[in-house]
Design a protein around this ligand. Structure first.
Ligand code: NDP
Length: 254
């Protein structure tokens, strides 16, 4: 049994992972910025906490609560994140900052907060939800993909920095998974109908979708449970791999 703290459990991969881990006997702290969204997970045996990964006080309080109840956070799953699409020229800088605050700085700060406890315990695991979009990019996805490329770099560097303390860092790289995740429809960028990018979808959309499909796998069909299973594997294995790719067409082969 492992003590696991997960960010972004109101829906999708976070909710599926919390439910799956609790069903397999782990002690799960499921968190969300709107704790009222966690009632179903509470009924499935998860402990629930408020946690907004853009709010220092909220992050520190959640980690302190788990540490005071359990000793240390044994596994942190950095899952909270969202996507936005659009041509780089068209996305307001404030929206880009906001996305880095959540997808990148939140993940970094959560890791910084749990590491002292993990070092003291001499063991721990940080599981970062990256993306296949952290390995490649396509027109209209540049900003989201930049955040996920950052997650790749941070995870790969941290893995070596903390392994001497008994802490492992694992990257999960889902392909396109069916969740509430909005605004990522590959090859179809919304809101560009007017202005210089008006023909964006016609010019590059279809070709992009084809390239993505050929490199990442089928575009539809994988649900969040397939990612949850891989995350559980990364937690339960004595020696986890550095990264696990989860595409709908290949998830069963992992
Ligand atoms: P969902 O939209 O279903 O879930 C995203 C979760 O992140 C929600 O619980 C959301 O909470 C939470 N979140 C957003 N901002 C914050 C914040 N500031 N603090 C705390 N939680 C926050 O999408 P997914 O389950 O698909 O996404 C989960 C992760 O998987 C993300 O990191 C995403 O980038 C990654 N991913 C998803 C893929 C996919 O195709 N679905 C593919 C590859 C990676 P709230 O309800 O409050 O907004």
């Amino acid at each position: 049994m492992t003590v696991v703290l997960i960010t972004g459990c109101s829906s999708g991969i976070g909710a599926a992972t919390a439910a799956d881990l609790a069903a397999h006997g782990h002690t799960v702290y499921a968190t969300a910025r709107r704790p009222e969204t966690l009632r179903d997970l509470a009924s499935k045996g998860c402990r629930t906490l408020a946690l907004d990964v853009t709010d220092e006080q909220s992050m520190a309080a959640a980690v302190a609560k788990v540490e005071s109840d359990e000793g240390s956070v044994e596994v942190l799953v950095n899952n909270a994140g969202y996507s936005q699409s659009g041509a780089v020229e068209t996305i307001p800088l404030d929206n880009i900052r906001k996305q880095f605050e959540t997808n990148v700085f939140g993940l970094i700060r959560m890791s910084q907060l749990v590491l002292p406890g993990m070092r003291e315990a001499g063991r721990g695991r940080i599981i970062n939800i990256g993306s296949m979009g952290g390995k490649l990019t396509f027109p209209g996805g540049g900003i989201y993909h930049a955040t996920k490329h950052a997650v790749e770099a941070i995870s790969d560097a941290m893995r070596f920095e903390v392994q001497g303390f008994g802490v492992q860092v694992v990257l999960i790289e889902p392909g396109l998974i069916t969740t509430e995740f909005a605004g990522t429809a590959v090859g179809s960028v919304q809101g560009l109908e007017d202005g210089p990018y008006g023909d964006f979808n016609a010019r590059v959309g279809e070709a992009t979708a084809e390239v993505y499909a050929s490199r990442v796998g089928k575009l539809a069909g994988g649900g969040p449970d397939s990612v949850a299973k891989v995350i559980r594997k990364a937690i339960e294995r004595k020696r986890p791999r550095a990264r696990y790719t989860v595409t709908p067409s290949a998830s069963l082969a992992i």
